[in-house]
Design a protein around this ligand. Structure first.
Ligand SMILES: [Zn+2]
Length: 581
C-alpha cells in the first residue's frame, strides 16, 4: 500500500505552488487591489465575491463562505480527493509525490539518473538488434508489411528483442548493480526458482518516451501469434502508464505549431499516421485514457480529438475517454470525437484511403456536445419517461464534473431541454450525486480574547511567531485555546517560510480544524495587514495574567516566603503599578 504523504512534502509543495496560478488556470481571475477576484464558482452570483490572496496563499468567498488553500480548491472545484489534489499540484510543479515507507523517516528524493541511463542503453541495444541480429529479418519484414519505412522506424527508435531468454541479460546485466537496475525497470524478471530472464523476447520494441524525450519504458509487439500481443514495461519509478502517452515527444518535436492532438488506440496507429505526415497523434499505453493523460495533453495544445477504433470496444473507450476529460474542459479547451466506421482503425483508414482522407475525417470530427447527447440517446430513448429519467441519471452526474462556465451552462440547458426537466432540477440532480461539498461553518468555541486574537493574527502573519518566546511563562496559563496557540507556534517554529494557506493546511483533519479556519476568516484577506501593535498588546495582556496568577500563588503562602520569593513578589507588584500607570 502506498505510504502516507509526509507533511514536509506537502509544505514544500505548497511553497512551490502559487494558489493564484492554480485557480487562474481553472477559473480566470482579475487583479483587484492586492488580491485577485472572480465570480464564485461555488454559488451563483453576478458580482465577484470570490477573493484570492497571493500573500496568504488562500481563497475565500464572502458570499457563500468557501475557503482554503490550493489543495482545497482542486478538491472542491475539480472533484479530486486529497491525494489526487496533491498529485495534481506535484505534477504541475514537476515533482514526484513522496510517500512514507512504513515507519522509516522521510527519505531524501531519489536520483533516477541511473534508471534513465540504463533505459537509454537498453534502447540502443534493441535498436542494434533490429539492425544486426541474425533473426532480425522477420521483424524487418513485419514492419515492411505494415508499410513502415526505415526512416520512421528511426524517428520512433524502433528495436527488436530476439528470441531467447538472456539476450539483454548477458549483454547489459553483467554486474549486480546493473542486474538490480534492469530488474527494477522490469526488463529482467527473476522467478521463484531464482531464475533470471529477459521480459521481452521475440518482439518489436517500441521505446516509450516522456514529453522530454527520455526513455521511461518499453512496449513490445509479438512477432508470431503468441500472447499477449502487446506487452509493456510494468509500473516503475520512471514509468506510470496512467500518466504517460506514446508519441507525445515525437509529435511535439515534429512542429512547433501543433494546434490539436489526435488520441488513437495503438502504437502502430501513431507511427503509421506519422509516416503519412500526420504527426500530431499519441496513444495511451494499453490502458484507458485517464484524466492525467488529458491534463498532460492540454498542457501542450488546446484541442484534443479522440479517435478510437470503429468496433464496440473502441466506442466504449472513446466514451470513457470523453467522460474522463470533462473535468478538464475549462474555457478555451475543446474536445472532438472521431468515430470510425465499423471494423476500421486509423492505420487501416490511412493505408486504404490515404492521408488526405484521414485529414478530412479529423476536420469533420464531432464536437463533444453533439457526441455526448447522441451517444446517450442511442442508449436511452427520450420518448418515454423511463428513458428520459435514465438519460438524466447518466448525463447529470457527468455534466456536474464540468468546470463552471458557459459550456457547462449550455450543456445543462440542453440536457434540460432533451429530458424536459427544468434547468434548476438538472443542477440539483447533478450535485446530489456528486456530493458537492456542503459549505458549513462549524461553530467556534469562544476563546478568551487575547489567546484568540494571537491565534488569529498568527494565522494571517505566521512570521509573527518569532515575536513569542517559546519558554515564556504565560504560555503555561490554563486558558482555553492555549493548546491551539501552542500548536500554531510549533508549526511556525518548524517552518520559517510559512504562508497562511500552508499553516491552515496543517490543521486538515485536526479536531481544531473548523475553529482555526473560522478564526482566520474573521479577518479580511488584506495583504500586508498591520496587526503588529495589537499582537504585542495581546501578548502583554497574557503576560500580565500570568504575573497575576503568580502573585496570587505567592500571597497564599506569604508567611513562609524565602528571600527570593519576597523579591519576586516585589517585582511583580512593580509590574502591576507600571501597567496601571
Ligand atoms: Zn461563493
Amino acid at each position: 500500500m502506498a505510504g502516507r504523504i509526509p507533511r514536509n512534502f506537502i509544505d514544500d509543495l505548497l511553497a512551490r505552488t502559487d494558489v493564484v496560478d492554480v485557480i487562474d488556470s481553472l477559473l480566470p481571475l482579475k487583479k483587484k487591489g492586492a488580491n485577485y477576484s472572480a465570480c464564485c464558482p461555488f454559488h451563483n452570483e453576478k458580482t465577484p465575491s470570490f477573493t484570492v490572496s497571493q500573500d496568504k496563499q488562500f481563497y475565500h468567498c464572502f458570499g457563500c463562505g468557501v475557503s482554503g488553500s490550493a489543495i482545497n480548491f482542486l478538491m472542491d472545484y475539480s472533484h479530486l480527493d486529497f491525494v489526487e489534489a496533491i498529485e495534481e499540484l506535484a505534477s504541475r510543479a514537476g515533482v514526484e509525490v513522496v510517500r512514507e515507507q512504513g515507519f522509516e523517516p522521510d527519505k531524501p528524493k531519489r536520483d533516477l539518473t541511473p534508471l534513465l541511463q540504463m533505459n537509454e542503453n537498453v534502447n540502443a541495444f534493441y535498436q542494434e538488434q533490429l539492425k544486426q541480429h541474425a533473426t532480425a529479418d522477420r521483424a524487418k519484414k513485419y514492419l515492411k508489411n505494415r508499410g513502415l519505412t526505415g526512416e520512421v522506424a528511426k524517428v520512433f527508435q524502433l528495436g527488436f528483442a530476439p528470441s531467447g531468454w538472456d539476450n539483454l541479460l548477458s549483454s547489459l546485466g553483467q554486474d549486480k548493480e546493473s542486474l538490480d537496475v534492469l530488474r527494477e525497470l522490469g526488463l529482467l524478471i527473476t522467478n521463484e526458482n531464482n531464475r533470471t530472464y529477459d521480459r521481452f523476447r521475440e518482439r518489436i520494441m517500441f521505446p516509450i518516451r516522456n514529453k522530454r524525450g527520455q526513455t521511461i519504458g518499453f512496449g513490445g509487439r509479438i512477432l508470431d501469434s503468441g500472447e499477449p500481443k502487446y506487452l509493456n514495461s510494468p509500473e516503475t519509478p520512471l514509468y506510470h502508464k496512467g500518466r504517460e502517452v506514446y508519441g507525445l515527444h515525437e509529435a511535439l518535436k515534429s512542429s512547433s505549431k501543433i494546434q490539436h492532438i489526435v488520441l488513437v488506440e495503438g502504437y502502430l496507429d501513431v507511427i503509421s499516421l506519422y509516416q503519412q505526415g500526420i504527426c500530431n497523434t499519441v496513444a495511451a499505453l494499453g490502458t484507458a485514457i485517464t484524466r492525467e493523460h488529458i491534463d498532460l495533453l492540454f498542457r501542450s495544445v488546446s484541442e484534443l480529438i479522440i479517435c478510437m477504433d470503429g468496433d464496440s470496444a473502441g466506442q466504449k473507450a472513446a466514451w470513457r475517454a470523453m467522460t474522463n476529460a470533462l473535468p478538464a474542459l475549462r474555457r478555451g479547451r475543446t474536445i472532438r470525437v472521431l468515430v470510425l466506421e465499423q471494423g476500421e482503425d486509423p492505420d487501416s483508414v490511412i493505408r486504404e484511403k490515404g492521408a488526405a482522407h484521414f485529414e478530412r475525417l479529423i476536420d469533420g470530427a464531432t464536437p463533444l456536445s453533439t457526441y455526448f447527447f447522441d451517444y446517450l440517446e442511442a442508449q436511452c430513448s427520450l420518448d418515454s419517461i423511463e428513458g428520459r429519467a435514465s438519460y438524466m441519471e447518466q448525463a447529470g452526474p457527468l455534466l456536474a464534473t464540468l468546470p463552471k462556465g458557459h459550456f457547462e451552462t449550455l450543456m445543462k440547458k440542453r440536457l434540460a431541454e432533451l429530458t424536459k426537466i427544468s434547468s434548476p432540477r438538472v443542477n440539483v440532480a447533478a450535485q446530489a450525486r456528486f456530493g458537492s461539498r456542503q459549505v458549513t461553518r462549524r461553530p467556534t468555541k469562544k476563546l478568551p480574547s487575547a489567546v484568540r486574537y494571537l491565534i488569529k493574527v498568527l494565522l494571517h502573519e505566521p512570521a509573527f511567531a518569532k515575536k513569542i518566546e517559546t519558554d515564556d511563562t504565560w504560555l503555561t496559563l490554563d486558558l482555553r485555546g492555549m493548546d491551539v496557540l501552542k500548536q500554531v507556534l510549533s508549526i511556525a517554529d518548524e517552518n520559517q517560510a510559512l504562508s497562511s494557506g500552508m499553516l491552515l493546511e496543517r490543521f486538515r483533519g485536526d479536531v481544531n480544524e473548523g475553529a482555526v479556519k473560522a478564526l482566520f476568516l474573521e479577518e479580511k484577506l488584506v495583504a500586508g495587514d498591520a496587526f503588529e501593535q495589537e499582537f504585542l498588546d495581546a501578548i502583554e495582556c497574557l503576560k500580565e495574567q500570568s504575573r497575576e496568577k503568580r502573585r496570587e500563588e505567592l500571597l497564599k503562602k506569604a508567611a513562609n516566603w524565602s528571600d527570593e520569593e519576597t523579591s519576586e513578589y516585589r517585582k511583580l507588584i512593580k509590574y502591576k503599578q507600571e501597567v496601571r500607570e
